[in-house]
Design a protein around this ligand. Structure first.
Ligand code: SDX
Length: 427
């Protein structure tokens, strides 16, 4: 394979080196393109543009492969627990017993939030969307943890990382409790990371807390499946904000806002709302399939399609199987699961979807499990953010440790050419 790529333009030839990744992906290194050829590339949505070299997550959209630090998502979802995966993504290796215990201890020591933060939460109406509240609270944490802002040493980064891993689940739980008018709490630090999250979210002030192990296992698996996904919209946002050295918490707050969008993490909420709408409309999936294909109709089949996966999203396969298992274990019969399966079957046989390689993505079935676990639909994307937190942290840390330059794309200007100012009276 050639070591360079040649560009010919205006009778001149330019050579650019190519970078080959450990999974044989090839990137043309155009760092010198503008300097040597006076040209830039144009790629709205960055569909063909790599923003960085990363050692964290590998995915192959054609083959439906997803690996965190080389470990297959199927193995991790089946055999690991979420905190192990958090450690793996951030530090690159599965932790041994001592490392995991220390990591867990360091996080627990940070799992309280300044009481003053409750005043900020109080300022929100109950109707506020939890993603907007969570993004604001994450940014507000900066004021109470100033030492976590200007971090450049690995040691200071570690301190900021365990702080946010300890406090973020508290903020997410408080966001739900605020909506449910329940007193804010801290759960029980003797519980595991995921069980304590569940307890903080759902414990009642006047009733002993108990939970079915199947619920915690399902939640743990869902968090693992959402933990990272290379340079998606919200992760790229975290990297971009972090590249200005704005600090970890500010970068995460921006990532939460990006994830909120219905084309991204907000799709899991949009999927359930879509399925409910189809159910209310009599369950005619064919009618909605036609709407999804009609260019004049803004309706899209939420939870379908993906920028990278042009085959089954491996996470969707695992979540679909888990949905059957969890609903059976919990004795939940949710009619929208059958509607979802009907839509999937129809789409996989429909030329419009097949031609465009539109398959169910991570968001298509996840909401059905969240609902069976008693999580309200407006909290679905918060659950996505809780899962994606370690991925955002790992990507931010990799970018900072590699001392990547500040992100600043170029553009092609298509506006007015120079023109003279016209006084008001002459316009
Ligand atoms: C996530 O990037 C990541 O890794 C994201 C994520 C992660 O883990 O971080 O995987 C999480 O965000 C999953 C995606 C969740 N979003 C949705 O489910 C929303 C519905 N899906 C689409 O809006 C869309 O598929 C996107 C946004 C996911 C991807 O859009 P692209 O890559 O820009 O593709 P496109 O919009 O150019 O679509 C290509 C064609 C178009 O038709 P034509 O113009 O070629 O005729 O496919 C059509 C689109 O109209 N199309 C759909 C469709 N998705 C794409 N048509 C109907 N329903 C859909 N869902």
């Amino acid at each position: 394979m050639s070591k360079t790529a040649t560009l010919e333009f205006d009778g001149k030839k330019y050579e650019f080196p190519v970078t080959v990744g450990t999974e044989d992906e090839i990137g043309i290194d155009i760092k010198k393109l503008r300097g040597e050829a006076g040209l830039i590339t144009l790629d709205p949505g960055f569909k063909n543009t790599g923003s960085c070299e990363s050692a964290i997550t590998f995915l192959d959209g054609e083959k439906g492969i997803l690996r965190y630090r080389g470990y297959a998502i199927e193995d991790l979802a089946e055999k690991a627990d979420f905190l192990e995966v958090v450690y793996l993504l951030i530090f690159g290796e599965l932790p041994n017993k001592e490392q995991l215990e220390k990591f867990n201890k360091d996080i627990k020591e940070q799992s309280h939030v300044d009481e003053e933060m409750k005043k900020i939460l109080d300022g929100f109406p109950k109707s506020a969307h939890p993603m907007g509240v969570l993004s604001s609270l994450t940014s507000a944490l900066i004021a109470f943890n100033p030492s976590s802002v200007d971090v450049s040493s690995e040691e200071d980064m570690y301190k900021a990382i365990v702080k946010i891993l300890g406090k973020f689940p508290v903020l997410a739980a408080w966001t739900l409790r605020k909506k449910n008018s329940l007193p804010l709490n801290y759960g029980d630090e003797d519980l595991g990371y995921v069980e304590n999250l569940h307890k903080m979210m759902f414990e009642k002030p006047n009733k002993a807390y108990s939970v079915d192990k199947a619920v915690i296992d399902a939640l743990d698996k869902l968090l693992i499946l959402h933990a990272d996904h290379e340079q998606n919209c919200s992760t790229s946002t975290v990297r971009m904000v972090g590249s200005s050295h704005a600090g970890l918490f500010a970068s995460l707050s921006a990532g939460i806002s990006a994830l909120w969008g219905p084309l991204h993490g907000g799709a899991n909420q949009a999927v359930i709302e879509m399925l409910e709408k189809i159910k209310e409309d009599g369950g005619d999936t064919h009618k909605f399939m036609q709407k999804a294909k009609d260019k004049e109709d803004p309706f899209r089949l939420m939870g379908f399609g993906h920028r990278v996966y042009k085959n089954f999203d491996p996470r969707a396969k695992i979540i679909k199987k888990s949905a059957d298992e969890v609903l059976a274990q919990l004795g939940v019969d949710d009619p929208v699961l059958d509607i979802a399966k009907g839509l999937e079957k129809e789409a996989l046989e429909d030329d419009y979807f097949v031609k465009r390689k539109l398959y169910p993505n991570v968001d298509f079935y996840s909401g059905i499990i969240y609902r069976a676990l008693g999580i309200p639909v407006e909290m679905f994307t918060v659950m996505f953010a809780l899962g994606r937190l370690p991925g955002w942290i790992a990507q931010w840390r990799e970018m900072r440790l590699k001392k990547e330059p500040i992100g600043r794309p170029r553009q092609i200007y298509v506006g007015e050419n120079h023109r003279e100012y016209k006084p008001l009276g002459n316009r």
